[in-house]
Design a protein around this ligand. Structure first.
Ligand code: SF4
Length: 440
């Protein structure tokens, strides 16, 4: 049968989609790039926050619209939304042919066949290096999920309820996957998980993210390693010294801090304070001077006053992040924060988000003035999806899909291919992105 797969949400979901696709292809099915030509549409949903839930429901409804004219078309929903709202979806959208949770990825083959899922509560799932998988990312980069689930208790977050407790893959399994990917020609390995710095602590033979990075870094060849989703208290001196001494490891840390005011952080169930975070950032910059820092923050959390917000504004001004994601609080049932009062109005939260982004934009414009004219190493991503006839590239300080990009407009553009390592000289700063001339 011809199957059209729609993958929504974060890179962790992307890996799940790739595992489902691997199982489907192994079972002899084919991919349909056009949903209108598919026998089956599979939507791997996201259910983290309200906007993601709406996007997932829209995708399900669009597929069911196609089914109206083609009754033989089957529509399967999988992923975080279905894990979270399985009973509601089954009741409200009976037209769905099958619903799979996040622990039923191999069950996609039976679901496509029309068989009922094996068990209502399957064991917690985590793929391995020999699991069938067909990557849907561009060929030169790949995500490696080092762990699944989360055992922290951030009061706003539904992930532990959806994905289950934190569990790590054994180091040997991850190294085998990395070796396979490098042998396939992948040039950038991106380590992901809900909480990557907690890696290995749960294993019978405990491991650490530092030791894992060191082992990956010892692999021969020309490639990058990028670590995502570091928890602030998980950034140890050992991790920083492995990163500082690494040959392949990008000087890049994504540390979702969520807020700076201690009162709000306590209500969020998170450690630290703006003061401690600034000390951490200073230490990272001392040990890895060229380190790019990304964070994400939440505004409008229940109880956040103008005073708390001004604290956050000052913090962002002082921290000088290279990349910043600001989210307005999403009130999620099944989380502790759902019961917290007082709620902040959507309007205030949106306004605070705008104000924070203005602070960040002013800093990034200043940073751009310092960067223009300088040379940076970069990896070619290929033809731009946003702008015609432009080639996109990224420096080690830019992760694919979430950070800004570099548009290569001049220089040695002939014959550039995705995955090529090049040198770029930054020329212009345009709306968070840069244009650059290419050298080799
Ligand atoms: S560490 Fe991240 S995934 Fe885990 S509970 Fe907190 S916000 Fe959610």
């Amino acid at each position: 049968m011809k199957i059209h797969l729609i993958s929504l949400g974060c890179p962790k979901n992307t890996v799940d989609t790739e595992v489902m696709l691997g199982h489907l292809l192994q079972a002899g099915h084919e991919v349909a790039t056009d949903p209108a030509r598919a026998d089956i549409i599979v939507i791997n949903t996201c259910g983290f926050i309200q906007s993601a839930k709406e996007e997932s429901l829209d995708a399900i409804m669009a597929a069911l619209d196609l089914k109206r004219n083609r009754p033989h078309l089957r529509v399967v929903a999988a992923g975080c939304l279905t894990q979270r709202y399985r009973a509601e979806l089954a009741r409200e959208i009976p037209e769905l042919d099958a619903i799979l949770g996040v622990n039923e990825l191999p069950g996609i083959v039976a679901a496509v066949r029309g068989d009922a899922p094996a068990a209502p509560e399957p064991p917690l799932y985590l793929y391995g290096h020999d699991t069938p998988r067909r990557r849907i990312t561009p060929g030169h980069y790949a995500y490696i999920k080092v762990s699944e689930g989360c055992s922290r208790s951030c009061s706003f977050c539904a992930i532990p309820a959806i994905r289950g407790p934190f569990r790590s893959r054994p180091p040997a399994d991850i190294l085998a996957e990395a070796d396979n990917l490098l042998a396939e020609g992948v040039r950038e390995l991106i380590l992901i998980g809900q909480d990557t710095t907690a890696y290995g602590g749960d294993l019978a033979d405990p491991a650490t993210i530092s030791a894992l990075l060191r082992a990956l870094d010892s692999r021969p060849g020309d490639f990058w390693i990028r670590l995502m989703y570091a928890y602030p208290t998980g950034i140890t001196d050992e991790l920083l010294s492995v990163m500082a001494g690494g040959i392949h490891i990008c000087p890049y840390l994504d540390i979702p801090l969520q807020h700076s005011h201690p009162d709000i952080l306590r209500r969020m169930g998170r450690p630290g304070s703006g003061e401690r975070f600034l000390a951490l950032l200073a230490e990272i910059r001392r040990m890895i001077p060229e380190c790019t820092l990304r964070t994400s923050l939440i505004v409008g959390f229940p109880g956040e006053t103008e005073t708390h917000f001004r604290h956050l504004e000052d913090f962002v001004r002082a921290a000088r992040f290279d990349h910043l994601g600001v989210f307005t609080y999403s009130d999620e049932e099944q989380t502790a924060a759902f019961a917290l009062r007082p709620k902040v109005s959507v309007r205030s939260a949106e306004d605070r988000r705008r104000r924070l982004m203005e602070v960040q934009a002013a800093w990034l414009a200043e940073q751009a003035r310092q960067r223009i004219g300088h040379k940076y190493p970069a990896i070619v991503d290929g033809w731009s999806r946003e702008a015609e006839f432009l080639i996109e590239a990224r420096t080690p300080g830019q992760a694919p899909d979430i950070d800004s990009v570099i548009y290569c407009t001049r220089g040695d553009l002939e014959g550039l291919r995705p995955g090529d390592f090049i040198t770029v000289r930054l020329q212009e700063y345009v709306g968070y992105d840069y244009t650059a001339a290419v050298g080799r």
